[in-house]
Design a protein around this ligand. Structure first.
Ligand code: GLC
Length: 591
């Protein structure tokens, strides 16, 4: 069981926060599996480090940068897909689940990376994409070449069209990336034939998970990577594999596009009586049987191997069903990611998260950025309603102010890393990287951009290759200076080497926070809310520290205590003088 407790008890009378005492280490509670407290760093391989010089990051590039990741202080790496793929959705369109795309290297390169990561104490989680394959996958090619009603077609969701001659799609579902969720194929004689379902791009046909054959293949795929020694899987679209019987029509409500990293309408809605009402393609009960089966496969292996759900499911009490004791181990907390930067909303989501996950014995997780959403150093300062899954481009309303975004991002991260449970970081956030908003239109590659004819910018702005060295070609990303998306001209100050050992830099904030988090055992602690603060302020005690985050516009009074960590680089002395500026978080020693 997760050792988590939500407490709203008051500070006992006489409790004070003594300044000037030395930090005291709280040992991690014994017996907790690693993933209950881990900080997991997401690597988006094509944008992390390029060893070959082709402008696309690769596995050898990652291996070469492992020392920097150890130095940062993370516990595990999650690698977005590096499998054989035509890259129509940056690798989330898999053509061979058991091989490495030559763009990223070879299986041997993967083995080397894994071995060297393990030698350094870093766990490796790989991405599993079970909702759909690439249309280049041999299984789909066989389905296309086979007749209607064949076993090959039964692996995917083929249906006859509506209308007199089947000229209309089988139902009204829309792709998450825009446009219809169905594409018609031609028969062997060239006449128009059946339609196949693709909740994402037309190059990503959905599997039919009612077919036991599909289950068998994925058990084998799990075993292939488990045998190679991976520590777990991040399961893509883990709320989408089962569709409601009969594939009924569904019209999302008008505002359904406002959330969900992969595009609009990824979440169930809440009915009139508070019940979750799922679209017929999301969060169907049948998915749970699949995860129970997979859990059995993982349990056959030694060590703690984990399944992590990418499930855009709300409310949190419903998401908790994905992490019941015999299902997955963790689920991304997208409710947290989508919470606005206000005190009341932050307190509510923390309470909800801890209660919902603890209710099923799972650790809470926390996340602020990933490869599908606007980077939080920009998102938190957008001034107009700006649907996250749509990305921000030069013509978007409410453009963020960069300094404010960074200030809030640092404060939000300092709050997140003080919470009990497991936290996810997305490559580059430790450098304070903003979203790249002004990418030239002709460089954009997200299928969302193409499928909406440029109406939605998509996710390229958070996927720009990250800067390592201020004065090297491509900021040290690639020895040739190539970069698959153009890097901004003004990124030198964000480079890792420009921030390393620089007091007040974002990198140093992350290093310090991760070090203190481990030292004080915060990940296995409890949240005890502290009373007496304004509504804009989030204040709690965890382990040996007091955390105070000011989301409001006014500075607030805080206890005079030793400052262990301050998100606001200008504020260290102010904090010890008893005030906390807006958009700032401090960790104080509670002794
Ligand atoms: C997930 C991935 C996203 C991808 C989609 C389709 O949401 O995170 O990047 O486009 O699934 O596989």
């Amino acid at each position: 069981m997760a050792a988590q407790k939500v407490s709203t008890s008051e500070v006992p009378a006489g409790t004070s926060i003594h300044p000037h005492s030395s930090p005291r280490a709280t040992p991690e509670r014994a017996g907790l599996e690693w993933w209950r407290t881990a900080v997991i760093y997401q690597i988006y391989p094509r944008s992390f480090a390029d060893a070959t010089g082709d402008g696309i990051g690769d596995l050898r590039g990652i291996t070469a940068r492992l020392p920097e990741l150890v130095d940062l202080g993370v516990d595990a790496l999650w690698l977005s897909p590096f499998y054989t793929s035509p890259q129509r959705d940056a690798g989330y369109d898999v053509a061979d689940y058991c091989d490495v795309d030559p763009l990223f290297g070879t299986l041997e390169d993967f083995d080397t990376l894994e071995r060297e990561a393990h030698d350094r104490g870093l766990r490796i989680i790989v991405d599993l994409v079970p909702n759909h394959s690439s249309s280049d996958h041999v299984w789909f090619q066989q389905a296309l070449a086979s007749a209607e009603g064949s076993v090959e077609r039964a692996r995917y969701v083929f249906r006859h069209g509506m209308g007199e001659t089947g000229e209309l799609p089988p139902n009204n579902w829309e792709s998450v990336f825009g446009g219809p969720a169905w594409t018609r194929v031609a028969n062997a004689d060239g006449t128009p034939g059946q339609w196949y379902l693709h909740l994402f791009d037309s190059t990503q046909p959905d599997f039919d998970w009612q077919n036991p054959w599909v289950h068998e293949q994925f058990r084998d795929i799990l075993r292939f990577w488990l045998d190679r020694g991976v520590d777990g899987f991040r399961v893509d679209v883990a709320h989408g594999m089962i569709k409601a019987d009969g594939l009924p029509d569904y019209t999302p409500p008008a505002d359904a596009g406002s959330m969900g990293g992969s595009g609009g309408g990824l979440e169930p809605e809440i009915g009139a009586h508070g019940e979750a009402m799922s679209p017929p393609y999301w969060a169907q009960d049948g998915v749970h049987e699949i995860f129970r089966d997979w859990r059995g496969v993982l349990d056959e292996y030694e060590g703690d191997r984990i399944l992590v759900a990418e499930a855009w499911v709300e409310p949190l009490s419903r998401l908790a069903e994905w992490v019941r004791p015999d299902e997955m181990h963790q689920a991304f907390n997208f409710s947290y990611l989508e919470t606005p930067w206000t005190g009341a909303a932050m307190r509510r989501v923390v309470d909800d998260s801890l209660a919902s996950f603890a209710g099923v014995g799972a650790p809470s997780t926390w996340v602020l950025s990933n490869h599908d959403v606007v980077r939080h150093a920009s998102r938190l300062a957008v001034t107009a309603e700006n649907p996250q899954g749509h990305g921000i481009g030069p013509r978007s309303p409410g453009q963020p102010v960069r300094e404010l975004g960074l200030l809030r991002a640092r404060a939000a991260t300092a709050l997140m890393l003080a919470l009990p449970g497991s936290a996810y970081l997305y490559q580059g956030e430790e450098l304070g990287l903003p979203e790249v908003i002004d990418l030239p239109d002709d460089s954009r590659q997200d299928p969302t951009w193409f499928r909406t004819s440029g109406e939605r910018y998509g996710r390229d702005g958070c996927r720009v290759p990250i800067p390592w060295e201020a004065d090297s070609p491509a900021y040290g990303f690639s020895p040739s200076g190539e970069s698959w998306l153009p890097q901004p001209d003004d990124w030198a100050p964000y480079a890792r080497d420009a921030q390393l050992d620089v007091d007040g830099s974002t990198l140093e904030l992350y290093r310090a926070a991760l070090g203190l988090r481990a030292k004080f055992g915060l990940a296995s602690g409890d949240v005890e809310w502290l009373p007496g603060f304004a509504d804009d302020v989030v204040a709690f005690r965890n382990g040996g520290i007091i955390v105070i985050a000011n989301t409001g516009a006014e500075q607030v009074a805080i206890p005079d205590a030793e400052v262990l960590l301050s998100s606001n680089p200008l504020q260290r002395t102010v904090a010890s003088a008893g005030t906390l500026p807006s958009d700032s978080t401090v960790w104080l020693l509670d002794d």
